[in-house]
Write a protein that binds this ligand. Sequence first.
Ligand code: FE
Length: 189
Amino acid sequence: MRVTDPRLVELADIIDGKGHGQYGLSDINQRQHALQAALLAEQEDAGAALVTAALLHDIGHMVHDLGHDPAAAGIDDRHEELGHDWLVRWFGPEVTEPVRLHVAAKRYLCAVDPTYFGRLSRDSVTSLALQGGPMSPAEVAAFEALAEHAAAVRLRRWDEAAKVKDLPTPGFDHFSPYVAACLRAPDAR
Ligand code: FE
């Protein structure tokens, strides 16, 4: 494990440092949400790329300054694009595509799974409208044609479940070997 890789240090600082912002309207903060999502992925033996994607899927919320709950102010922060663009420097598509598509996956599941909408948290319902609402049939077909769509749907279900107040989880260090396994070689682009 490359514990001294400065990218791991930076990621830990973001999750542990900036991760204390409230997660939307939930009773948990961004750090707890990230760690719960990663734990759910690990419990499903989802592999290093998806554990990493789950841990970092909302990093876009932590690398901008639109506040803790931009959706409440009527703003789609496009955090999935911000997160993707930030992570793509260091990770391949097996990590960055599920992150980029995790909001699309919500719009997808609202279109194809009649039970899904009822399980959305209040903040996810608020942001859904800003994000375009449920997908149209054409959008569903286009989404299903994407290579990482199934991974994005798995990530989305962990995202929805990772909002449990006071659930104990391991810290960032527990998940850092998964992250390290996915980091590009330092000189690779
Ligand atoms: Fe999330």
